[in-house]
Design a protein around this ligand. Structure first.
Ligand SMILES: NC(=O)c1ccc[n+]([C@@H]2O[C@H](COP(=O)([O-])OP(=O)(O)OC[C@H]3O[C@@H](n4cnc5c(N)ncnc54)[C@H](OP(=O)(O)O)[C@@H]3O)[C@@H](O)[C@H]2O)c1
Length: 337
């Protein structure tokens, strides 16, 4: 074990695209656990668009990270030293932590990962910690897809979207994915079984999406907001559902983003547009993990984990989510399990 702890701290509220100066990587002493706590070392860090949301000084579903405080993240680590009777050395834990090599955990912040069976720890962490349950509950609880429905998914080659599309296929839907490159379109169509894929950066989206959805859209799983949401609202069918999962096209905005011009469709088509945060479903995580795990082992759902090595790469890697340079779930690896 090293004598030094490296800790990413928030130094500046970002304005617009993430700059190199918003966080600093500092060398600090390794913290020591008190009674009821344990020390764990970081193995994997989940990089999520919401990390950018937490840096803003705005009310959201969690308090903002304080200036100069360690950056918050979803983590997976191994206990090195424990002063908690139920958490023994060597236990792999996962939950909310910080961007640091070594950190203190409690049962309120992290919980044991448990046996991941035939699924590797890194794939289990990358799929079950955040994005799999998000896709599962957002699509099934809020989207309520029925066989024969047309489901449109944005950020479709990303972590959440790639799983949403595959679950919708399992439910007998026609699935159209929107993503930002031809290579990603090929992947979701050829490897993941989407019926159609559209590169929203190069296509005439209103025209191409209308052609791909001749019967209209029953479920639009929205991860991006902005113009793509507007185009999709314009094609929604009567009683259509729009699970509002994320607004990544707006997270770096410096000015208020105008509302969708197709807003009246919500009234005229009696749409259900419902935001959700996966934490709302914390009690039901085991249900999602069981279903996703079975589908993964049976080969019915494919997950792709994109790994970047080194804690020092965290900020650089996070930017990939906003430029579209990731495919599947982006994970930072500090030390393999
Ligand atoms: N509600 C919840 O509890 C919850 C939980 C997890 C995630 N989310 C949200 O779900 C969304 C996806 O998250 P993720 O973790 O799965 O990330 P991801 O999709 O793996 O990565 C983000 C992707 O968004 C796309 N993107 C970036 N900027 C865009 C823009 N301006 N317009 C359209 N697409 C853009 C990029 O793909 P392209 O190349 O296709 O542009 C990028 O690869 C995010 O909005 C996130 O905040 C919500």
């Amino acid at each position: 074990m090293s004598e030094i702890n490296r800790v990413w701290r928030l130094r500046k509220r970002p304005a617009g695209d993430l700059g190199d100066d918003v966080l600093s990587l500092d060398e600090e002493p390794i913290p020591q656990p008190s009674d009821g706590e344990f020390l764990f070392r970081l193995n994997y860090l989940s990089l999520d668009p919401t990390n950018r949301v937490w840096m803003r000084d705005e009310a959201s579903y969690l308090p903002p990270v304080e200036l100069n405080a360690p950056m918050r993240g979803v983590v997976c680590g191994t206990i090195l030293k424990s002063l908690h009777p139920d958490y023994t050395e060597g236990t792999v834990v996962t939950g909310l932590g910080i961007w640091a090599d070594y950190q203190i955990g409690t049962p309120d912040s992290v919980r044991p990962m448990g046996d991941t069976g035939p699924i590797s720890v890194v794939d289990a962490f990358s799929t079950f910690a955040v994005v799999g349950p998000t896709a599962y509950f957002g699509l099934l609880d809020i989207g309520q897809p029925k066989a024969g429905d047309t489901v449109v998914v944005s950020a479709a080659a990303g972590a959440v979207g790639s799983i949403v599309g595959q679950i919708a296929k399992l439910k007998g839907c026609k699935v159209v994915g929107l993503t930002g490159s031809d290579g990603k379109c090929d992947w979701i169509r050829n490897d993941l079984g989407f019926d159609a894929a559209i590169n929203y950066r190069t296509a005439d989206l209103p025209e191409t999406l209308a052609a791909a959805c001749p019967n209209g859209i029953d479920v639009y799983f929205d991860s991006v907001g902005g113009e793509i949401l507007d185009v999709c609202l314009g094609l929604m069918n009567f009683k259509g559902r729009v699970p509002t999962c994320g607004l990544i096209s707006q997270y770096n905005a410096t000015e208020p983003v105008p509302g969708p011009t197709n807003y009246p469709k919500i009234l005229m088509q009696r749409l259900r547009v419902e935001g959700f945060i996966v934490l709302d479903y914390a009690e039901r995580y085991p249900e999602a993990i069981a279903a996703l795990g079975q589908w993964m082992v049976a080969g019915k759902i494919k997950v792709r984990t994109e790994i970047v090595d080194g804690l020092e790469e965290a900020l650089h890697a996070l930017k990939k989510l906003f430029t579209g340079d990731n495919v599947g779930k982006l994970i930072l690896r500090v030390k393999d399990i």
